[in-house]
Design a protein around this ligand. Sequence first.
Ligand code: 26Q
Length: 822
Amino acid sequence: ATKKQTKPFDLSADNLQQRIVHHLRSTLGTHENKANDKAWWNATCSAINELVFEKLTDTQASHSKQDTRAVNYLSLEFLMGRLLSNNLHNLELFGEAEQALKALGKDIYQVCEEEPDMALGNGGLGRLAACYIDSLATLGYPAIGYGIHYEHGLFRQEFKDGHQIERPDSWREYGNPWEICRPESVQEVPLYGYVESVFEDDGSMRKVWHAGRKLKGVPWDIPIVGYGAKLVNVLRLWESKPGEAFDWDVFNAGGYVDAQSEKAQAETVSKVLYPNDSTEQGKELRLIQQYFFCACSVKDILRRFKRANGNNWDVFADKVAIQLNDTHPAISVPELMRILIDEEGLTWAKAWDVCRHTFAYTNHTLLPEALENWSVSLFERVLPRHLEIIYEINRRFLETEVEAKWPGDDEMKRKLSIIKEDGGRMVRMAYLSVVSSYKVNGVAAIHTRLVKKDLFPEFNELYLEKIVNVTNGVTPRRWLKAANPELSALYDKTVGTGWPTQLNLLKDALPKAKDKKFQKEFMAIKHDNKLRLVKEIKALTGVDVSADAIFDIQIKRLHEYKRQQLNLLHILTLYRRLLANPELDMVPRVFIFGAKAAPGYHMAKQIIYAINKVADKVNNDPRIQDKLKVVFMPNYRVSLAEKLIPAADVSEQISTAGLEASGTGNMKLALNGALTIGTLDGANIEIAEEVGDDNIFIFGLNVDQVESIKRQGYNPYDYYYGNAELKAVLDWLDSDFFTPGHPGELSDIKRSLLEWGDQYLCLADYQGYCDAHARIDVAYRDTAKWAEMAIINSACMGKFNSDRSIQDYVDTIWHLKACPLG
Ligand code: 26Q
């Protein structure tokens, strides 16, 4: 354990109590006798911020003194969730704060509940960024996260008659104690306009971009406390404002009202997170959002570099690594080129050399519709100079690199061109990213294999060793220590207290997996967590469920490839069997869903509606004697995940093989003792390797079988007519049984699985999936055996610590040196 700071902070519970009272009175202007829980939360945050901000200052001083390479993690999304409980754990002050609040008559868990989630992300990619900045700080690496200070994060989800309704999320409505505005680091961002060629006396030519509009980027810093508080890094989020000049001019011309609307336009840029986690093509505002944040971040990086190194560009890549979290920030490549060439006067060759040693790119998807392509005409209008630079990157790439490897092969040049020519000219952001980066990585072993084989096969031939794997991970501080305090205490007692950083230590509990007493303790904790969830389910949905049932949980964005509809088909199958035979011998099951659908994704919304309608029927059907319950928890988000995951018995990871890049919920659930029912996809494969085939329920087609069945011509009707139960449940969806008086309301799901071709092979995997569930039913009855398997799952998750992922990034891509505070 690290030694706690002695001066000037007294970190006793007593002292913390005084600080909380002090902030309640002087910062918030209230008093112990009348403060509401929100004020208590605010005061607690302010009290620990005294310590956090001091460590932040120390860290920044130490970094500028040591001046080693730092990584800049560029991401349009950071799905942070709540920070208080996590910060307290990372400062090792949770116990003290609990005691302090208790002395003031407050329950710390209730106070923590007051914090709104910071939901500045959609799902996996955004939450991964949040886990990674936690690990970077924990390991003591110099790092900055760069993102957007959205006014509205991901929408709040409500259900109305079973339909998803989107409501705005306003996480900062009443202020946010964690963020610090940094007006001294404001940046200016040009947009639109035209490019002028200026000829110099010496015959040379340079380009000047005359912008049509200017935005201002205002940085907000959120301190990121590493576990053990070895250092405090920052997450810097940019807010858009109108550029300095314009409103005065218009104002003086008597156009006060017009000025207001232009101000509103400028502020639109950081107003809202795009709620799509796969495709949203061609929206001008989204491109401006991406460029706005990249321009601010690149300028900020350059400002820091120049402060320490002047114009010594030879050392730039030794000091700066820029990681692109998917292609969303890829526009920062031409932006850095533009500044180096147009403003700093570097030659193309020198500037390109700098970029090629600075950028690295992480790919998170193989879905073709999720690959970003921007129309050339949009680019030309918004970012004319950047388009020129992309053309030149492309020209040199094709004429030198591609020509050298495949001489005279025009077909290959067409294929690999960063500009797609057929069907409307488009900029392929993935190709731009691969060409410009010194490393490209996939996020799980199988995903990386497919990135090489199917997505970028020619690039993989051209650039040997460029594409590498870094399997995703999750932070055990949030996903075990903070979310599951009882299990954490059991591990502390069993393997010692080093596991939050050395997650492999959990393996020391393996010898106890067969120990009856340990099994009882482990499963009693699971049962307690389930009891807490039972209350939450009742409060949020009104449904009564029993903690003695199997809690079977599928929580993730709603997407056809993730196959929530396959889960539904199995639920309908059980329901039918129960109606046919109410005495059917089955372990009671509660199927729990949490998922948001992109607002414009019709089929995803249909699936939510269908699950809600089936839930209505099942939950109110006395004939099935509570053997089956279906619950759709509204507004799934990080803080709800923290309540669901510790209570799960079964983890649903059932994507079509080859389509889920990694998954990270699968890791969190197994870490908390849930058994996985899953396909051989993404990180499921590596989870199976860790826990052993006997401790996971694998079913369905693997990647090779998916490929071959598609090649042969897949026909879902073969399965429909070949399987009486499957046919019956699909036909059931077509009736008005679940939507009385409204036949056909759920028919689109059946159509997508038959007439429209069942793109994600649900019917092919249906029987295997039902069989795997039958194996779960059998396994759960042997309580000792189930406990043993749950313990093995939890104890074998060491590999999936995000500290391991970050160390992999450091070793194979970033090459950083740790700089913890002394
Ligand atoms: C693109 C263009 C325009 C608007 C939005 C987008 C967009 C936004 C978010 C596209 C994709 C995303 C998010 C993707 C994502 O979350 N991918 C997941 O990443 C996880 C972390 O690597 C993996 O575990 C998941 O398998 C993968 O689906």
